[in-house]
Write a protein that binds this ligand. Structure first.
Ligand SMILES: Cc1cc2nc3c(=O)[nH]c(=O)nc-3n(C[C@H](O)[C@H](O)[C@H](O)COP(=O)(O)OP(=O)(O)OC[C@H]3O[C@@H](n4cnc5c(N)ncnc54)[C@H](O)[C@@H]3O)c2cc1C
Length: 262
C-alpha cells in the first residue's frame, strides 16, 4: 500500500467534520476524513434528523386521536413501528447520500472507518453506487468474510489491518493440525488467544503460583514459547516487536500487502 500524504486530516464525519473536509477540498487541500462509525455523525444518523422524523410521525398520530374534536372522523389509526422506522431510515439515507455526493464532488480520497463490517459494508457499497472513489481503510473489524457478502465487488480495494496470520508459523503447526482434525479452522484471534493461555501457564509455572500479581510479574520479566513463536512483553504490557499486516480486499479474499512494525 502506498503511504498517503495529505494537507489535512479531519477526524469525525459528523456535521463538524464533513463540512470541514468539504471546505478543505474546495480550498484544494488534500484531505483525509477519518470516521469510526458512520457518515453524518450523531446529527444525521441518530440525532437531529431521525429524531425529528419520528417526532413528526408521532405528532401526526397524536393529532389524529383528537381529529373528531374538529370534525374529522378517522377510524382505525394505528402505528406500524417497523414501517415508521423504515421511513425514518430512508430520510437518513437521503441526507447521508447528499453528504457522500459532496465528499465525492470535493475529492476526498480516503475514508478511515473504525466501526464494524455491518455498517462499513453498506457505507462502501453506497459510496460506490454514488461514484465516490475514496478508499475505505479500516481495522480488524472488516477482517471478516461477511464484509464481502455485504459489499460484493464494491468492497474491492478496501484495506483492513490485522496481525500476521499465525497459522503459517512452524511453532503453530501441531496445534493447527489438532484444531483442523476436530473440524475447526483456527482463524482470526484463535491462535492469539491460545498463545495468551500458553504465556500465562508458563508464567504461572515460573511464579509457582496462580496469584495474579505474581503471574503478572513473571509475565513482565520472562520470554515464552508459544504458537506465535517466542514472545515477551514491554513495560506497558505490549508484545515486543509486534507487527501488523495491511490486507486488501481483492476478488472476495483478503490479500496481505504490507507488514507494519509497531
Ligand atoms: C437526539 C438528538 C437530537 C438532536 N437534535 C438537534 C437539532 O434538532 N438541532 C441541532 O442543531 N442539533 C441537534 N442535536 C445535536 C447534534 O446532533 C450535534 O450538535 C452534532 O451532531 C454535532 O456535530 P459534530 O460533528 O460535532 O459531532 P457528531 O455528529 O457527534 O460527529 C462526530 C463523529 O466523529 C466520529 N468519531 C468520534 N471519535 C472518533 C475517532 N476517534 N475516530 C474516528 N471517528 C470518530 C463519530 O463516529 C461521529 O460520526 C441533536 C442530538 C441528539 C442526540
Amino acid at each position: 500500500m502506498a503511504d498517503k500524504e495529505c494537507d489535512a486530516l479531519v477526524i469525525g464525519a459528523g456535521p463538524g467534520g464533513y463540512v470541514c473536509a468539504i471546505r478543505l477540498g474546495q480550498l484544494k487541500q488534500r484531505t483525509i476524513l477519518v470516521e469510526k462509525a458512520w457518515i453524518g455523525g450523531t446529527c444525521l444518523q441518530v440525532g437531529c434528523i431521525p429524531s425529528k422524523a419520528l417526532i413528526s410521525a408521532a405528532k401526526f398520530y397524536e393529532k389524529l386521536q383528537h381529529a373528531s374534536e374538529f370534525g374529522v372522523q378517522v377510524q382505525g389509526a394505528s402505528i406500524d413501528f417497523k414501517k415508521m422506522v423504515a421511513w425514518e431510515r430512508s430520510i437518513v439515507e437521503k441526507f447521508t447520500g447528499g453528504v457522500r455526493q459532496l465528499l465525492k464532488a470535493n475529492n476526498v480520497e480516503v475514508l478511515f472507518y473504525g466501526g464494524y463490517h455491518t455498517e462499513g459494508g453498506l457505507i462502501v457499497r453506497q459510496m460506490r453506487e454514488q461514484g465516490l472513489k475514496a478508499r475505505m481503510v479500516a481495522g480488524d473489524a472488516l477482517f471478516i468474510p461477511e464484509f464481502w457478502s455485504i459489499t460484493g465487488n464494491a468492497g474491492e480495494g478496501t484495506l483492513a489491518s490485522f496481525s500476521p496470520d499465525p497459522r503459517n508459523n512452524k511453532e503453530a503447526a501441531a496445534v493447527v493440525k489438532k484444531f483442523r482434525d476436530q473440524g475447526y479452522e483456527p482463524e482470526g484471534y484463535t491462535l492469539y488467544s491460545y498463545a495468551a493461555v500458553q504465556a500465562w501457564a508458563q508464567a504461572a509455572a515460573t511464579a509457582k503460583s496462580t496469584d495474579a500479581k505474581k503471574v503478572a510479574a513473571a509475565l513482565k520479566s520472562g520470554t515464552f514459547s508459544t504458537v506465535l513463536g517466542k514472545i515477551s512483553f514491554d513495560k506497558k504490557g505490549d508484545i515486543k516487536g509486534e507487527t501488523y499486516m495491511m490486507y486488501e480486499w481483492t476478488k472476495g479474499a483478503l490479500k496481505p500487502i504490507k507488514k507494519i512494525s509497531s
